[in-house]
Ligand binder design. Structure first.
Ligand code: TXA
Ligand code: MG
Length: 390
């Protein structure tokens, strides 16, 4: 199949003429990849089981992993669901359109082919103007998983989509790079207690502001115990994986405690190493905090040890820590002080490591609050939970 690429001149103000053909393809049962504010989606008519089947085939994704239905307006929600709980109404009022997906009991018109056989359905109203206008023009709910080959990092640029989907879909709407870079937050509102099944840019703290409290599905925190199933089926697969073996380097609690205790042996040692490092640069040097400096040193140490075996090794660092590294191949994922920059670049950096044929990747880790929670969730999964605690 030949894939057509339609470039949107100004993605903030897409013109209907630019989206008409894509809308037609969706209505006709074909597949269209399109930008959203989170990641690119691979869309098909959400009420058409054959279209869902095509999506699964293009992605190479198991068909028990349900799809998200994308809508353009609130009144499009009602026909898709059995019931809209009060909490869901409040979340929608606050965060839709936006990077929030909610799980509802499904209505009869939603085929089991798109829900992976479940009696629930995931629905999201994206904020991206191109996505929203396309859905409105299509006139059907658009089922769209992330537009990557199953198991690869989600696409945050049209080129990423092209790499994975050229020849497998009818059309790619190229709206340039996405804004957020991580998939939407999923909140299950179908049960008695709302639960976050996947963290994202709508943070736990933001959801709690609206709902009071929210549970976090145990599958989000780390590896699942044998025999238990996460509530979002997609969370059970090895996900977001780069081809190289990724190790996430984290500070032990006791290390953090020592580094925060002026006068401790470790504090004194790292403090003087940091001062010496500053001197050795011989140029103005933005002072690092001890924890980031210590972590960067440890990541560098692990990477260089691996380099000595002759393997190709890459390091994922940050703008602040970049200068600390002696490892040959390093890529900054963003600014430690701004989690949104890290979210934005995460999947792109993982894909770049693939393109460079890196065999082993070592990454710094990040604070786990707010958006950092979603960032660490994706890094942890990409690492297959491989953690080096230092
Ligand atoms: O940001 C996003 O959500 C992007 C863009 C394109 O909207 N889409 C996306 O879709 O990330 P996908 O298919 O890659 O991830 C959807 C996740 C999967 O983990 C899936 O298991 C879960 O949502 N999910 C879908 N329907 C569900 C349901 N009825 N119950 C529980 N989990 C569900
Ligand atoms: Mg996905």
């Amino acid at each position: 199949m030949e894939t057509k690429r339609v470039i949107i001149k100004d993605a903030a103000y897409p013109r209907d003429e630019e989206l008409m053909e894509a809308a037609q393809v969706l209505r006709g049962g074909g597949l269209v990849a399109f930008p959203t504010e989170t990641v690119y989606g691979l869309g098909g008519n959400g009420l058409d089981e054959d279209a869902a089947e095509k999506i699964y085939r293009a992605k190479g994704r198991p068909s028990d992993n349900p799809l998200i239905l994308h809508i353009a307006a609130m009144e499009e929600l009602e026909p898709l669901v059995e019931d809209i709980p009060e909490g869901a109404r409040r979340l929608a009022a606050r965060f839709w359109p936006g990077p929030l997906t909610m799980i509802f009991p499904k209505s009869k018109i939603v085929p089991y082919g798109t829900t992976g056989g479940l009696d629930t359905v995931a629905v999201r109203m994206p904020a991206d103007p191109t996505a929203r206008r396309l859905i409105a023009l299509a006139g059907v709910p658009v089922a769209a998983p992330s537009a990557n080959t199953s198991g690869r990092p989600s696409p945050t640029t049209a080129d990423h989509v092209w790499q994975d989907m050229e020849g497998k879909i009818d059309l790619l709407v190229d709206g340039g790079p996405v804004g957020i870079g991580l998939e939407s937050t999923i909140v299950d509102v179908s049960g008695p207690v709302p639960a976050i099944l996947r963290p994202g840019a709508i943070t736990r703290e933001m959801v709690e502001e609206v709902l009071g409290t929210v549970e976090v599905d145990p599958a989000v925190a780390g590896p699942m115990a044998e025999g238990t199933a996460p509530k979002a089926p997609g969370m059970k697969y090895k996900h977001y994986a780069p081809k190289g073996e990724l190790t996430l380097v984290r500070l032990k609690e006791e290390t953090v405690r020592e580094l925060r205790r002026p006068g401790s042996t470790l504090y004194v040692q790292v403090q003087s190493a940091l001062a010496a490092f500053g001197m050795s640069l011989g140029r103005p040097f933005a002072q690092l905090d001890l924890e980031s400096f210590y972590m960067a040193r440890k990541v560098d140490e692990a990477a260089r040890q691996m380099e000595q075996t002759g393997a190709s090794v890459g390091v994922i660092c940050t703008d602040e820590t970049m200068a600390v590294y002696k490892t040959c191949l390093k890529r900054s994922i963003g600014k430690r002080a701004q989690a949104d920059t890290v979210a934005h670049n995460l999947y792109g950096v993982l894909r770049e490591m693939d393109d460079l044929g890196v065999q082993y990747i070592y990454s710094e880790s990040f604070a786990q609050d707010h958006l950092g929670f979603a960032v660490m969730n994706r890094l942890d999964k990409a690492a297959g939970h491989r953690i080096l605690a230092v």
